[in-house]
Structure formats: C-alpha cells, structure tokens
Design a protein around this ligand. Structure first.
Ligand code: ZN
Length: 376
C-alpha cells in the first residue's frame, strides 16, 4: 500500500489559515505525510480507503512538557495534600532518590509505559525532560533513555538543588561537567526558576551555558508565585515559559512582545488544588498559549491531553477550539516544530480520529477515551 484515503470525515481540523476546520472532508496519506486534503467530494483516488463514518479528525496532540524519566510514585504525598497540605518544590527530592536507585531498564520500561498511555490517548509528539537524577551520571542516563522515546529531550539538571549541595557549586556543575555529559542527548535546556529552586541570575546562567553548548532554552516560570522567570525567558529568547500561573501585566506584555510561548499545565493546578492560570488574559493579550500535561509523579501525574483540554475549557476561560489549538499547534510552536500539530500537505500524518462528530466533545465529555490515533 502506498497511499491511503481517509474519507467521510465529519469535521477535519487542519489549522490552515483559510480553512482551519473543514466539514465533510477527506485526506490522503502517503509515506507518513499528508499529500492532499479538502472536501470529500473532490478527493482523489488512493490505493486504500478508510471510511471514518462522520467522525472528527484532528492533528495528534503535541505534549510539550513532561518529566517521564523517574521511578516510584508520590501517591502518599498527593493523599496528604488532598487532606490540606500545600505543594512545595522540595518534594522532588523523593523522586530523585527513587530514580537514582532504579536501573536503566526500569527507567526505560517506565518511560515506555507512559509513552504508550499517551499515544493511546491521541498524543503523537512528546517532549521529555531529565531532572530527577541531579548527578552527572544520572542526568546523562536519564536523557539517553528519554532519547530512545523522542527527539524532543530537555536537560533539566537545574530542577532543584540536590540534598547536601551548595547552590553555587551545583550551578557550576550543571553549567560545566553535567552539561557536557548531557548535551549530546538533549535538544533543549531548562531551569526551574522559582522561590526554593533557582533565582533569576542562576536561571540566566544555566540557559546561557546551555545555549552556548548548542541547546535551545525553555523555562519553568511563575508557577508557585510571582517571580522573574518570564522576564528571563523573554531576555534569553526562550521558546517557552511554562506554568505562567502568577503573572503581572509586565510579564504578560513581555510574553506577547517576545513571542515566547506560554505553556499552561492545568494538571498541576488540578492535582495541587491551586488556582489555575488565566488563559483568557494571555490569549486576549496576543500571547501564544500551549497546553501540556507536565506528566510527573509529584504535581501532575496525568498523561492525558484530553483531560488538560477539558480543564482549560472548564477552568481557564478557553473555548473548546482554542484549547484544541493550544494542545496541538500551540505545543508545536513551543517545540519550534512546523511538521506536527497541524494538518497540511507535507506535514506529518499524525492523525487522531475522535469517537465523536466534533472536537467540542473533548471537553464536553471529559474523562471519556474519545481520541484514538489512526491505525490503532
Ligand atoms: Zn515541569
């Protein structure tokens, strides 16, 4: 088989400027790429045909922020938090101890299990960070394992200062020997810029060192309170500032002016019972917004992009169409990718068929497994 016609598509979401949503559509795939799309009645012949019976077809989700290389879980911490305690960044150290103690095989099996869960829910592009090793050896092996699952790997040695380390000495390590060992397995450099983690000067130093080593910057910013993270992102030309829960007007202006993508991660606010970021304010200011799971065992142990879409619509002021855009095209912008997150001639044929006639059902029917990648 060389070409496949997917036809009888009730609603095809493309994100094309002229026709972002096409009703009664069809699409042709050849060698993993889209070679034609448009009105069903105008579709060319192909070697094989798949009739989706009026279902909606959307681009696969682009999950631009996950922490999948870890061992253990933190359900006890979650349970405690749900009885009244608040999340603090230090909880990361629990996962660091479990991750260091795990074998490469155990970590790789854990990554593979979570990636399979993501794919089964419609995610076709996944970013994976290190950050639970915090030694040269453990960060490098975390990234080598992540690289087996995706090209979108991020060195996050500056996740938290490991127990027993001095912050200045640790920054020297992260920007020196650790960066050198990790850079061959990473595309991105990231830092957790937050009270209790790393300050503005330290974040800048990490991102500049990473950039000098050929990596591209992104940042964890303004999650737990107001802070300098978003401004640092704009200064260094980061692709994305993720979390963006506590922003002042200058932060919103900096995101809009710089083109830094604001990555919103509502699984965190859900799982930590915290106030959600104000997506409406960002979109109205002209900021590019991405949605991602932040899948990690501490603050957001969900691998479901549809769940995040439902939260964004219900809790963050996004329309169903905006939330889908942010979970697909927005995620692709966050990863500086033009071949995924949309459907166009030449783009990857990362199609997801919904067991529904419209994308609205993703938030209208939360928790229901509607999104299935084509071919599964
Ligand atoms: Zn994160």
């Amino acid at each position: 088989m060389t070409s496949l016609l997917v036809t009888n598509i009730g609603e095809l979401v493309t994100w094309d400027d002229e026709r972002p949503v096409i009703r009664d559509a069809a699409l042709v795939i050849e060698h993993g790429k889209v070679t034609w799309l448009g009105d069903r009645t105008a579709a060319p012949d192909a070697d094989a045909v798949r009739d989706v019976s009026g279902a909606a077809v959307i681009p696969g989700f682009v999950d631009s922020h996950t922490h999948l290389v870890f061992a253990g879980d933190r359900s006890v911490e979650f349970e405690a938090r749900m009885t009244g305690r608040t999340y603090e960044a230090g909880g990361i150290r629990t996962t660091v101890a479990a991750t260091r103690a795990a074998t490469d095989e155990q970590l790789a099996a854990n990554v593979a299990r979570h990636v399979a869960q993501m794919r089964a829910q419609g995610t076709t592009t996944i970013e994976i960070k290190s950050g639970y090793g915090l030694t040269v050896r453990d960060e490098a092996r975390s990234l080598a394992i992540a690289r087996q699952a995706t090209e979108e790997t991020t060195f996050l040695g500056a996740h938290v200062v490991p127990e027993g380390s001095d912050v200045v000495a640790y920054i020297d390590l992260v920007t020196g020997a650790m960066l050198e060992a990790c850079a061959p397995f990473a595309r991105w450099i990231d830092v957790f810029c937050e009270e209790g983690a790393f300050g503005a000067d330290q974040a800048r130093a990490v991102l500049e060192a990473g950039t000098a080593a050929g990596l591209q910057p992104r940042i964890h910013a303004n999650q737990l309170g107001p802070g300098p993270g978003v401004q640092v992102a704009a200064e260094v030309g980061a692709a994305a500032a993720d979390h963006c829960t506590y922003l002042d007007d200058a932060d919103v202006g900096a995101l809009a002016d710089s083109g830094v993508v604001a990555g919103l991660l509502p699984g965190v606010e859900f799982s930590t019972r915290s106030p959600y970021p104000d997506a409406r304010r960002l979109i109205d200011a002209g900021v590019t917004v991405a949605l991602a799971t932040d899948c990690n065992p501490g603050s957001s142990f969900t691998s479901s992009m549809p769940f995040c879409i439902a939260l964004a619509v219900r809790e963050m002021g996004m329309t169903p169409l905006e939330a889908l855009w942010s979970a697909t095209r927005g995620g692709a912008f966050s990863l500086r990718r033009d071949d995924v997150g949309h459907l166009a001639v030449g783009a990857k044929a990362d199609l997801v068929v919904l067991d529904a006639p419209s994308h609205v059902h993703l938030s209208y029917r939360p928790g229901v497994p509607l999104a299935v990648p084509l071919g599964t």
